[in-house]
Design a protein around this ligand. Structure first.
Ligand SMILES: Cc1cc2nc3c(=O)[nH]c(=O)nc-3n(C[C@H](O)[C@H](O)[C@H](O)COP(=O)(O)OP(=O)(O)OC[C@H]3O[C@@H](n4cnc5c(N)ncnc54)[C@H](O)[C@@H]3O)c2cc1C
Length: 368
């Protein structure tokens, strides 16, 4: 990383120190689950301009360049700043609203989202359409000045606590699959919606839900982006998240590697060396992606970083468990890290699908 902290990073660091409770690091195990603290952090970061550092002041930023914004995110991750309580809102939905929203949508929705006053869910996956998102079956039929929606979504994180959902639905059943999808801004308080949390085996405060939609009426003005243009809204929203996700992965990988204690086992040393190399490869690729962005070039590294970051993180916590031996099974913190790292290789595109994309689109290999 940079040898000297920039003035902005210094300022953010001082602000964070001021914000955090005095015993934050001593009691981090409790604070990481503390939703009121995490809510306060989001609101305070929005007001101080640290939430989306590259955005203008009215949207929780300071109009900083991409490099400065990245250094601030890195500082936040290295100092284990509180995790945003509804991460999909600021990281996935907000960029989509800013890019595709009408002035009225931006005016009504963006600030409550960024302050964390209104939570958002992502209505993409369906029981028969996960990796193959373009096959989704939820239908939205135009009926006068509204859409009438019927269908079923699954794995909709935090839907039961959210006010809004970006709902992807089929609006043209005759068009090629990915050209007939639209993104609707769904008010989750509308009638005809049933939300059922799914019981989870893992420890998490990000509960999965199923969302059942039975003749739900969505006003036509809640269309986000062009009619039948939902595919691009989804890609663009997810791209924003991927630009930055490597930073969190890299910091977590370092944290995991630092936690592995001395061992005599040669296999563990070999894997440790391999993981240290992969962590550096991730960091170097992250900086290369940033250089491409700054130069206005397309950044094909995002898929590589998603795959490498999540797989490496998973290997790190498995190695930590192996280095501790059978006693590791009784360590609830380690169990949480292992489950969390497992999830990271699934959401936002599974590792197998990322490998397909890298093989076909980046390396130009023939389809298998
Ligand atoms: C923590 C977490 C949070 C999530 N939050 C949300 C959310 O908020 N909103 C939402 O809409 N979704 C969410 N998801 C769902 C996520 O997007 C899907 O799980 C993911 O897209 C995979 O879809 P699937 O589960 O249907 O698996 P499937 O697509 O059925 O895949 C099953 C297996 O087959 C493999 N596979 C599938 N296709 C191919 C292929 N072409 N080539 C090779 N292998 C293949 C996959 O890699 C996987 O191993 C979340 C998932 C997780 C884990």
């Amino acid at each position: 990383m940079t040898a000297h902290k920039t003035a902005q990073v210094e300022e953010y660091g001082a602000w964070l120190t001021e914000f955090l409770p005095i015993d934050y690091y001593e009691r981090y195990r409790q604070y990481r689950w503390d939703i009121p603290l995490r809510r306060d952090y989001q609101r305070a970061a929005f007001e101080a301009g640290w939430l989306q550092p590259s955005w203008p002041r009215e949207y929780g930023g300071r109009s900083l360049g991409l490099r400065d914004a990245m250094e601030i995110r890195l500082e936040a991750a290295m100092r284990s700043a509180p995790k945003l309580p509804n991460i999909a809102g600021p990281n996935v939905v907000a960029p989509g609203i800013r890019r595709f929203g009408t002035p009225e949508q931006i005016d009504r929705l963006l600030v409550p989202l960024l302050r964390g006053d209104e939570w958002w869910a992502l209505g993409m996956s369906e029981p028969e359409a996960g990796s193959d998102f373009a096959s989704l079956r939820t239908r939205a039929e135009i009926d006068g000045d509204l859409f009438r929606v019927n269908g079923h979504k699954i794995w909709t994180t935090q839907a039961h606590e959210s006010r809004w959902c970006t709902l992807y639905a089929r609006t043209d059943p005759d068009a090629p699959k990915h050209r007939g999808i639209s993104c609707l801004i769904l008010d989750l308080h509308s009638s005809g919606i049933r939300i059922e949390p799914i019981r989870m085996a893992s420890v998490s405060d990000e509960t999965f839900c199923e969302v059942f939609l039975d003749d739900v009426e969505v006003p036509a003005e809640n269309l986000l982006g062009p009619l039948n243009g939902g595919w691009n809204v989804a890609l663009s929203s997810l791209h924003h998240e991927r630009q930055m996700i490597w930073i969190m992965n890299w910091v977590e990988i370092k944290r995991g590697l630092d936690s592995i204690r001395g061992t005599q086992d040669e296999d563990i040393y070999t894997e440790l060396g391999s993981l240290l190399a992969d962590a550096e490869a991730l960091r170097a690729t992250g900086y290369r992606a940033l250089d491409n962005e700054l130069a206005g070039r397309s950044s094909p590294e995002a898929d590589i970083m998603k795959l490498l970051g999540s797989v490496t993180l998973q290997r790190v916590w498995e190695l930590r468990a192996a280095s501790e031996g059978p006693s590791s099974a009784g360590d609830p913190d380690l169990l949480f890290e292992r489950q969390d790292a497992l999830a990271a290789t699934i959401y936002g595109g599974t590792s197998e699908v990322q490998r397909n994309i890298i093989a076909e689109r980046l390396l130009g290999l023939p389809k298998g």
